[in-house]
Design a binder for this molecule. Structure first.
Ligand SMILES: [Zn+2]
Length: 684
């Protein structure tokens, strides 16, 4: 039973916990014994990786455990620097030494070539220049919106100078030893990442999670190292015969966990890899998912077959680079000493970062086909830019990728032309771009990262266009209009239709509530903009009408029927403050039966309507049938029959809902007055 090892990072504290493994039935032994316990040579048929067992063994050492915890702290601090890097003109050189162990009748030249070919594979896989990265860029990437493949700014160098003594290596020869080392560490090879190729490991390989560069390294089984026909007992076996076991194990050495972490909700500490339930074997179908998201089984950190893993995520390469810069300075610092190519690109037989993807055809004729040269940018506008480059003979097409500087996701386009207009860009924004060539032998490396910045859009500060008016209530509306990009503020003015004076507001935002309006009333309004250069003219006049209907006027009508002595008759309407609002009379005599009508508007409020007779004998009925009616909006609300002495009155109130009647009194002096004054009939 293998002891599976998992990490929980909790506020810089790591806790190693134990859980059982489901895919391995071998008795747990220290790794060396484990390998020796395998008496027969056998081929591994499913990918397996003893990361967990290796870590279980290492973490028993208290000082190792402490150093291990520090690696996680340091890598996070270094990660931000990696993410802001914009170009890879100067890759970090990582010295490497490869040690074959337990080889019978070794063919040293063959093993050296095999070692070099494996380093070439690493360089392609880590920089995203492997030919099958097309599986990602042309298909699989669409299953992972927002995720990009990683392109580490690294170059693994098979060391070739200043070798440690005692290994029979001459200066200038590659650091490949055969049957000179034992186990999975050799302190003489401190300052290198060591690769130990051993037979019968029982697994495809293993590595510490986060190597130290102190002579430690990665173990790869002799059946899974390199590619091609191999060298005797060191013979890569399908489906693990494309050199990707070392790509996977080197990922562990550079602090990458398996992509599935340890199941749903247990992260691999890489942000752009999806949550995944468990490992995949074989060649999974795109779109396979778990934990609610598509699974990135094409990552080198899964267990898929060599042919079905073809990428690191950008987050994975960034983490590895951060680990190298934060914890493997003893290795990278050794590059100038042990790698004669340090400081230059190339240095291996195949294409590496910054190199070409050209090569020769099968017939041996040299074909010139390289990374595009002289890439230039022209016709930059606020939304587009045109890239162009020199044509490469034998190119089948070119690939352009570009992104907003500081972001991680590329936009990619292919063209057979030597120009490409990038469209729909954002104004005043810096973009990074690279171009590469598809040659008969595959894609070249990308050109060095370069940038351009789009223009600022030409100012279009103008008066607002038409606005939208929303009725909020009968007495208020909300006016909104499209924002003007360069506006400092706006001005809105409005008035009731038919009036002349505007009310003015100066809002900063392109909207304004207009309140205290009359219901059911039409208003005019206009807008203008305060631009950096000053106020625009007003836009064309528009109108809106408030909700509701105009408040009905309170129309009072006083209908007075005269008796024959109109000269004695007057009436007046007094408001609650004692002020006379309306009045009429006196009238001419001799008009008995004549109707005197007066109509006028009155506000809501309480009133008293007086009808007076100066003679004190009323207006009815001795000298005519005089009377008085009070109407509100055409409806009689009060009346006097004219039979009073000096006066009669009606109290009433006009309310929002109509009217309300109050007291009504006539004077009681009629008899007395008639006594004082002889009946009129006698005088007339
Ligand atoms: Zn692994």
């Amino acid at each position: 039973m293998t002891v599976r090892w998992r990490i929980f990072v909790t506020v810089l504290v790591l806790v190693a916990a134990l859980s059982s493994c489901k895919d391995d039935s071998t008795e747990m032994l220290p790794l060396d014994e484990f390998a020796e316990a395998q008496n027969e040579q056998f081929h591994v048929h499913t990918r397996s990786c003893n990361l967990d067992a290796k870590m279980e063994s290492l973490m028993r050492d208290e000082s190792y455990r402490k150093q291990h915890e520090e690696k996680f702290t340091k890598v996070n601090a270094a990660l931000s620097d990696i993410k802001t890097r914009t170009s890879c003109s100067n890759p970090t050189i990582v010295p490497m030494a490869i040690h074959f162990q337990g080889i019978s009748n070794p063919d040293a030249a063959c093993l050296t070539a095999l070692a070099q070919s494996q380093v070439d594979i690493l360089n392609k896989d880590f920089t995203g220049t492997n030919t099958d990265i097309l599986n990602w860029t042309s298909q699989a990437a669409s299953f992972f919106p927002g995720a990009s493949n990683g392109e580490a700014c690294l170059q693994f160098c098979l060391a070739d100078t200043n070798h440690p003594n005692g290994y029979g290596l001459s200066n200038g020869a590659p650091a490949v030893t055969v049957n000179k080392t034992n186990g999975d560490s050799d302190a003489n090879w401190s300052g290198y990442i060591n690769i130990f190729v051993r037979a019968n490991t029982g697994v495809l390989g293993y590595s510490p999670l986060g190597g130290s560069g102190n002579g430690d390294g990665v173990v790869v089984d002799a059946t899974a190292f390199g590619t091609g026909s191999g060298c005797g007992s060191v013979s890569p076996n399908a489906p693990f015969n494309l050199g990707r076991t070392l790509t996977h194990e080197l990922g562990h050495y550079l602090l990458l966990d398996h992509i599935w972490g340890n199941g749903c909700n247990v992260d691999d500490l890489v942000a752009d890899t999806p949550d995944q339930q468990q490992e995949y074997y074989g060649c999974p179908s795109q779109g396979a998912s778990s934990c609610g998201s598509n699974d990135m089984h094409m990552s080198y950190m899964d267990y898929s077959n060599d042919a079905c893993m073809y990428m690191f995520s950008a987050g994975q390469t960034a983490r590895m680079e951060a680990y190298i810069s934060s914890s493997l300075g003893n290795v990278t610092g050794n590059a100038a000493n042990v790698c004669s190519t340090s400081g230059t690109t190339g240095g291996s037989t195949g294409g590496t970062t910054g190199g070409t993807g050209g090569g020769t055809t099968g017939g041996g004729t040299t074909v010139t086909c390289e990374t595009p040269s002289a890439v230039s940018v022209a016709n930059i506008t606020s939304t587009s830019a045109e890239l162009s480059w020199t044509a490469e003979p034998n190119a089948s097409q070119y690939r352009i990728r570009y992104r907003e500087s500081g972001t991680s996701t590329w936009s990619i386009s292919n063209t057979t032309n030597t120009t490409e207009v990038l469209q729909n860009l954002m104004e005043a924004t810096t973009y990074q771009y690279q171009v590469r060539t598809q040659c008969p032998a595959g894609w070249t490396a990308y050109t060095s990262m370069a940038t351009f910045t789009t223009d600022t859009a030409v100012s279009t500060c103008a008066a607002p266009g038409s606005a939208t008016v929303t009725n909020l209530s009968p007495n208020s509306v909300h006016v909104t209009w499209a924002a003007i990009p360069q506006a400092i503020r706006y001005r809105i003015r409005f008035r009731e239709l038919g009036t002349s004076a505007f009310t003015v507001f100066s809002p900063t935002n392109p909207s304004r509530n207009l309140t205290n309006l009359k219901a059911g009333t039409t208003y005019q309004y206009q807008l203008r903009t305060r631009c950096p250069s000053g106020w625009t003219t007003w836009n064309s006049m528009s109108t809106f009408t408030t909700e509701g209907t105009t408040t009905a006027a309170n129309v009072l009508t006083v209908k007075l029927t005269l008796d024959n002595y109109g000269s004695e008759t007057t009436w007046e309407l007094v408001n609650e403050n004692g002020n006379v609002i309306e009045d009429d009379g006196p009238f001419q005599d001799g008009q008995a039966g004549t109707l005197k009508v007066k109509t006028f508007e009155a506000e809501e409020g309480c009133y008293t309507l007086y009808i007076d007779d100066s003679y004190g004998d009323g207006i009815c009925c001795n000298y005519g049938e005089g009377s008085l009616e009070l109407l509100l909006n055409g409806v009689v609300i009060g009346e006097s029959d004219g039979q009073f002495g000096y006066y009669d009155y009606i109290d009433f109130c006009i309310t929002a809902n109509g009217f309300k009647m109050g007291d009504r009194k006539r004077d009681a002096k009629k008899a007395q007055a008639q006594e004082k004054h002889p009946p009129r009939v006698a005088n007339h």
